[in-house]
Ligand binder design. Sequence first.
Ligand SMILES: Cc1ncc(C[n+]2csc(CCOP(=O)(O)OP(=O)(O)O)c2C)c(N)n1
Ligand SMILES: [Mg+2]
Length: 363
Amino acid sequence: MADTQFVTATNVNQNQVMDTVTENKKNAGKRKTDKQGYSKEMYLSWYELMLRIRRFEERALMMYGQQKIRGFCHVYIGQEAVAAGIESAIRREDAIVTAYRQHGTALGRGCSSRECMAELFGKATGIVKGKGGSMHFFSSEHRYFGGNGIVGAQIPIGTGIAFAEKYKGTDNLCVTMFGDGAARQGALHESFNMAMNWKLPVLYIVENNGYAMGTSVKRTSNVVELYKMGASYDIPSEPVDGMNPEAVHEAVSRAAEYIRAGNGPYFLEIRTYRYKGHSVSDPAKYRTKEEVQEYQERDPVKITEKMILDNKVASEAEIKAIQDKVKEEILEAVKFAEESPYPDPAELWNDNYTQADYPYIRD
Ligand SMILES: Cc1ncc(C[n+]2csc(CCOP(=O)(O)OP(=O)(O)O)c2C)c(N)n1
Ligand SMILES: [Mg+2]
């Protein structure tokens, strides 16, 4: 199943973890994707979720082109294995908070395609009543805390959610995700330090897709292997192949086990790639076609489908049934969004945070 060494001991010591880090690094990119290590249900659920995210966003881009969706829109296409591998390795009660490239994470949490699509359309039936749009899905029912537009702002928020879980005595953890661009924010360092000092149940995940808007990781810092940043706080950290749901699942599983045992935070650098530009308005001229192609050859949806078929995990008919189901679901979601009403203008006054006794300065 895995060609990496697992860290499963509850009181694993730091040297062991750092040995594992070195091992993983040596093995990164060497993982075999042609061997079956998990159940049929697992492979099919990874495939279905990744396909749902892919088809959802392809359709959203089409609707954007028709101006049915407006405003900011950052798609996750290429990064789907990250959402799939995280979800299969954690529990529904665990919390997740992430940045603005977040449609896939919300769908992974189980938020419905129709509510998410309606949100993109700005409709009252959207997941946050049409008031958030592409960057701001949220669902406390799904333990999904958004959707944050300020780069890195969710890092202290996720740390705070983890603090709340520890304070309340649950054994839930908070997966706190951010991009490589956010890894340079000061808030990350304050959060890492506090989480480690207080042994908070937080799994930090940087989705390193190589770019922050048009700026490559290489141009930002000498430290391009982002997982190494955890070492300054003694947080166990490792790099992960983010183009393969199996690798993500394995890394998140051992991290979650370590955290749930009360050891404090864990940090994963999941290496991935976005095929599209930063947002719909970015032609992505700062990188070569060859670079994009290289990653498309490792496409997580395609490699998972190939793996399933080559190993006869499921039949072509079963794969086709999933494809048809997802296609129908997304078309239905668009229809639902189109037919839904816009929010009543009076809704502007609802769901705003107010504090009755806040000392406003008044004339
Ligand atoms: C504090 C702050 N600074 C700058 C921006 C403008 N901005 C929006 S996205 C972005 C790049 C972030 O890149 P990364 O964290 O790698 O995420 P990715 O888009 O690759 O998923 C920047 C600089 C912002 N939203 N917030
Ligand atoms: Mg990035």
